[in-house]
Write a protein that binds this ligand. Structure first.
Ligand SMILES: [Zn+2]
Length: 223
């Protein structure tokens, strides 16, 4: 552990990102109570289909503590929670997607306007930590070119697809031809956003796109 990390831990002791309790010295990422009660995706739920992507995984369901925690992160400035989220996703990638040989970490970006309003891009921050943990380059190859109403306001899958169609493009000078891309997002519901990003990456010549999200929001009332 670096000296700076030790000092930061003293000044801002690590908290469980889900219940916000101070973590004990032996506890990493999250507290044992949350470890036991979080809505983890089970075998058969952890992997799901997204158009234009080879495989997609998420460690959690977006409900209860996970939703409360994520809203604190996204809207109430709790950027310290990004590290634990990223580690849970990295673990999922190592367990499930590593044999796909991802070569770079891309992410679903916010529009410039929303990023300015929020002060940070919540997915970029997680992707940055993941890239470091996985030893892969962070590649901001996508950009959002059209401002879209939040997907959460739309229930119908066809409308969600239409809402994001053409909303993303390759960043200037971005190069993914022949590369295997790991694409990161936060919450996935129908997979419309991930699918659209995977389509753009595929059109730019990516050899393969695999996706990881922090959590799945169910359409069957689990959300
Ligand atoms: Zn906890």
């Amino acid at each position: 552990m670096k000296v700076l990390d030790v000092l930061l831990d003293l000044l801002f002791p690590p908290r469980c990102p889900f219940c916000d309790r101070l973590l004990g010295l032996e506890e990493r990422l999250l507290c044992p109570r949350c470890q036991a009660r979080l809505p983890w995706t089970r075998e058969g739920e952890r992997e799901f289909r997204v158009e234009f992507a080879a495989r997609c995984v998420a460690p959690l369901w977006y409900q209860d503590l996970v939703r409360d925690s994520f809203l604190r992160y996204k809207f109430h400035g709790r950027r310290d929670q990004a590290g634990a989220y990223a580690s849970l996703m990295s673990q999922c990638v190592l367990d499930r997607l590593w044999d796909e040989g991802p070569e770079l970490v891309a992410y679903v970006p916010l529009s410039a306007r929303r990023r300015r309003a929020r002060g940070f891009d919540q997915v970029e921050l997680m992707a940055r930590v993941m890239a470091r943990e996985l030893g892969l380059p962070l590649a901001p190859v996508l950009r959002k070119v059209r401002h879209t109403p939040p997907q959460s306001g739309l229930r119908d899958p066809a409308r969600r697809r239409a809402n994001v169609l053409g909303a993303f493009a390759m960043a200037r000078g971005a190069q993914v031809e022949g590369r295997r891309v790991l694409l990161v997002d936060d919450v996935v519901t129908t997979g419309a956003t991930l699918g659209e990003c995977a389509r753009v990456l595929g059109s730019a010549g990516a050899a393969k796109v695999v996706c990881v999200a922090l959590a799945r929001a169910g359409q069957d009332g689990r959300e």
